[in-house]
Design a binder for this molecule. Structure first.
Ligand code: B12
Ligand code: SF4
Ligand code: SF4
Length: 337
């Protein structure tokens, strides 16, 4: 099958960014990844087995080509919300969970492709063993920004990445984009915790995106920098000039029709699990469960002046107290002092 045909089908399905790469090991970042792991900088959200991460054929033995897709979630939205006490959500969690959206698109692509040619495949989004950004880079979808994100010249960095390992012989382009960051350092300067230590070098354990997802204890020196972020962090992408004057997303699945792009903290504090599931169950940021978001909401209240919100803090659902207790008791203790 010719790859131009794959591109044509993908475009018809609404996959705007697509590239192809070979199944060879990721030699280029092997050293970097090993050092990162030795320095205990891997997160609990990644595959531990580095051999599996570095060699696509360990995931699919007969793999001959990899189709990589990018889907923009950069929708414009007017945040005129009536929500009184707001926690913020990163754009990646405004609408429907991207794992399902991208998997559906790739399944449709495979179904259409199979009308021309039968083949074996395995597809992944985010939770697969391989390194999605390195695949995207190697497939020519974008370049690494100094903020570590893959930036596509037409759509910017607010793009999700998915990939399909196949046993199809597709011709592969060996085209990798040069960084277009130039002298800019806006993302490094703006990062609230200093997680971007140098261009392309991230300490994930102090990245706010990580802090909003981990169940580990968050020290006060870091929680105080989380502001009102209840899930994810967009700061290093929002300041990026490469996200200005670009094509926006056409995927309405990512529009914040239910969430308005914010979490209603007062409502969250008193919601039952069932109510939470109904309102927020479909969004990306719900994967760690309600209590993690509630912990972040408590931190947000602390950051905007807990004294004014003590009624909320004292009456929140106290289930899973071990996750919330360090923060609520700190707030109450500081009140007394
Ligand atoms: C674990 C994880 C995280 C962790 C750690 C992130 C990290 N940078 O390592 C945390 C929780 C912090 C995180 C945060 C976010 N994540 Co995340 N995350 C992942 C996950 C599951 C694994 C990442 C990984 O393997 N890291 C290991 C290192 C090796 O890879 P790396 O992140 O690309 O970093 C290396 C490169 O920058 C590299 N590098 C290599 N060559 C070069 C060359 C140059 C010139 C430079 C500068 C750098 C460079 O050096 C770094 C160290 O080795 C992937 C999905 C997946 N399975 O791959 C999603 C993924 C990377 N995340 C994604 C997203 C959207 C985010 C957030 C924007 C979410 C948010 N709004 O809060 C933030 C962005 C934070 C940031 N600045 O990177 C997208 C990125 C899409 C994109 N356009 O790049 C991915 C690909 C998910 C997906 N399938 O769409 N994430
Ligand atoms: S996501 Fe936020 S905390 Fe993480 S590197 Fe970017 S700006 Fe820093
Ligand atoms: S803010 Fe500047 S340095 Fe950072 S990724 Fe964007 S262009 Fe590159």
């Amino acid at each position: 099958m010719h790859k131009d045909k794959v591109v044509e089908i993908a475009n018809d399905i609404g996959i705007e960014i697509i590239g192809f790469t070979h199944p060879g090991p990721f030699e280029r970042i092997e050293e970097q990844l090993k050092k990162r792991s030795e320095a205990q900088r891997s997160t609990e959200f990644e595959e531990d087995d580095l051999d599996l991460r570095l060699d696509p054929r360990k995931t699919m033995k007969g793999c001959k080509s990899i189709i990589v897709i990018g889907i923009s979630y950069n929708l414009e939205y007017n945040h005129k919300t009536k929500v009184d006490i707001k926690g913020s959500l990163s754009k990646s969690s405004w609408g429907s969970d991207y794992h399902f959206v991208l998997k559906d698109k790739m399944e449709s692509l495979v179904t259409e492709m199979k009308k021309n040619f039968d083949f074996d495949y395995k597809l992944f989004v985010d939770t697969g063993p391989l390194i999605d950004r390195e695949l995207a880079y190697r497939a020519g979808i974008g370049y690494y920004g100094k903020n570590c994100s893959i930036i596509n010249p037409d759509y910017g960095s607010f793009i999700f990445i998915g990939y399909i390992l196949t046993d199809l012989e597709l011709e592969i382009d060996y085209y990798q984009m040069e960084s277009q960051c130039g002298d800019c350092t806006l993302c490094l300067d703006a990062c609230p915790t200093g997680a971007l230590e140098a261009p392309g070098i991230l300490n994930p354990k102090i990245c706010i995106s990580y802090l909003t997802q981990t169940k580990e204890l968050i020290p006060e020196e870091l929680s105080s920098r989380m502001g009102i972020k209840v899930y994810g962090c967009d700061t290093c992408q929002s300041v990026c000039p490469k996200n200005k004057d670009i094509h926006l997303s056409s995927h309405q699945e990512f529009s914040p029709s239910k969430t308005e792009g914010v979490i209603d903290i007062k409502e969250l504090a008193h919601m039952s699990k069932k109510e939470f599931k109904e309102k927020y169950g479909d969004m990306t940021g719900s994967w760690r469960g309600k209590t993690v978001l509630l912990r972040n909401a408590v931190i947000a209240l602390e950051n905007i002046g807990a004294r004014n919100y003590i009624d909320i803090i004292e009456t929140i659902d106290k289930k899973n107290v071990e996750l919330l207790e360090p923060y609520t008791s700190r707030i109450l203790k500081n009140m007394v002092e």
